[in-house]
Design a protein around this ligand. Structure first.
Ligand SMILES: *Cc1c(COP(=O)(O)O)cnc(C)c1O
Ligand SMILES: [Zn+2]
Length: 439
């Protein structure tokens, strides 16, 4: 009885101890209070990031306490910048880590895993992670209207999770997005502004709105909190590999944020002793039609030259990436690579993952798989490395990309004879295909 009470009291003390302490400038180190701001306005205009008290985290968290936590990103709450004991939990996170033997064999790798955020909840992309954190923080800070500048998936997540939390929502998207991305936002009945321009123009407009309307923009004034949500992509992989880090990860780059936060997540797990320290190589994927980070990497530059995007991979088409230089730094210091692929290779990447592993990803995932293939062929991924590939979005939302590149159903009359004839024809076609491949 006394023991039970002691335990309850310990838990209460533990959850009361704050693990995050300030916003800190990534460039000059200046600290700020934990409000809705994202730039170092007093000194250097660098980006702000949440700073933690790792001793406090170490006192609160063990492998066992995490394993006993909710089956969502909130099992890692001590590493996230929210105070409430009731975060918005719509089942986001703990997506499957799939051992991908058939794809591995096809590419000549020995140990390959897919981290499958194509089935993340509630809107089938990794953006549900960052939005769950950002909107929980938005509520703590007293915002009643939330917003975002989106390439598609972020609008889906923000609208859905705002609906669940009862927040007013107004999202901004480029007007030329895929039908699935637009419908996947409208269904939650937010206000949707379709801006005649590319993402970078949408983002510029939103920065002005953020200054004048007092809304919580998840990826502008709430960005320091939002971006921390991506660390859970690192934590989950470490836990799912049996509390070990992989040798190499491959992930897509748009702003570069998720890439750098997976790295931060691994480093934090090492720092608090949840996993053993070891080098992990970080390789990034971009579409050739929007590859400012890959270009800087190849040319050995440490600055990003913005580009005008033109690619089917719209969800990662950011021409002026906010975290581009930090992504470059992570790839270089971990002995990784940043590579780009053509739109045709992206379609092939989508099909390859579907046909070998039964996972239908969107264009961002096609980009990542195509870059994985390119890096293996160039000898830049060792066959013996345990490699984790991050699949960040779902193919049902970007069906336009593969229209015309997949087979067609065989339409038949509802009788056995018709079926047999169609089957024979299908087999003949398959045999022809097969011969063409093997000649
Ligand atoms: C937004 C997005 C990304 C890239 O995210 P960043 O953190 O901006 O680099 C990758 N994949 C998908 C499917 C996305 O929607
Ligand atoms: Zn600064």
């Amino acid at each position: 009885m006394t023991q039970a009470i002691d335990r309850i009291q310990q838990t209460q003390t533990a959850s009361a101890e704050k693990t995050f302490t300030a916003l800190r400038c990534k460039e000059c180190g200046e600290t700020y209070d934990l409000g809705a701001k994202h730039v170092c306005e007093d000194v250097c205009f660098g980006p702000l990031e949440v700073a933690y008290d790792y001793d406090a985290i170490r006192r609160q968290v063990t492998r066992a306490t995490i394993e006993a936590g909710p089956k969502s990103i909130w099992r890692y709450k001590a590493f996230l910048p929210v105070s409430t004991d009731n975060p918005i939990d719509v089942g986001t996170g703990m997506t499957p880590l799939v051992k991908s033997n058939r794809l591995a064999r096809r590419l000549g790798l020995k140990s390959l895993y897919i981290k499958n955020d194509a089935v993340n909840m509630p809107t089938l992309s990794f953006k549900d992670r960052v939005v769950s954190v950002a909107l929980t923080k938005a509520q703590e800070l007293g915002f009643t209207t939330v917003s975002c500048a989106s390439t598609g998936n972020l609008a889906n997540s923000t609208a859905a999770i705002a609906a669940h939390a009862g927040l007013d929502c107004c999202v901004f998207i480029p007007s030329d997005l895929e039908a699935g991305k637009v419908m996947g936002t409208l269904i939650y009945a937010p206000t949707v502004m379709a801006v005649k321009g590319n993402y970078d123009q949408v983002n510029r407009l939103c920065s002005e709105v953020a200054n004048t309307h007092g809304w919580g923009f998840v990826n502008i004034n709430l960005r320091p909190y939002y971006s921390e949500g991506s660390k859970t992509l690192g934590y989950e992989v470490a836990e799912q590999l049996g509390w070990q880090l992989p040798d190499h990860i491959v992930a897509p780059l748009a702003s570069g944020s998720l890439f750098t936060k997976i790295h931060k997540g691994f480093q934090e797990f090492i720092k608090v002793g949840l996993v053993d320290d070891k080098p992990v190589r970080f390789s990034g994927a971009q579409a050739e039609g929007c590859s400012p980070i890959a270009q800087a990497f190849k040319e050995g530059r440490d600055f990003i030259t913005p580009v005008k995007p033109s690619t089917i991979a719209k969800s990662i088409a950011i021409g002026n990436p906010a975290d581009g230089v930090y992504a470059l730094d992570v790839a270089r210091k971990t002995n990784g690579n940043i590579e780009s692929v053509t739109d045709a290779e992206i379609v092939d990447g989508i099909k390859l993952l579907a046909e070998t592993e039964g996972i239908f990803t969107e264009t961002a995932g096609g980009t990542t798989i195509a870059v994985l293939k390119k890096l293996v062929e160039a000898g830049k991924i060792n066959p013996d490395e345990t490699t984790v590939v991050y699949i960040t979005g779902n193919g049902l939302k970007t069906q336009e990309a593969v229209q015309g590149y997949v087979g067609e159903p065989l339409t038949i009359e509802p009788n056995l004879e018709n079926f047999e004839r169609a089957l024979e024809r299908a087999r003949t076609l398959e045999r022809l295909d097969w011969q063409q491949v093997s000649v």
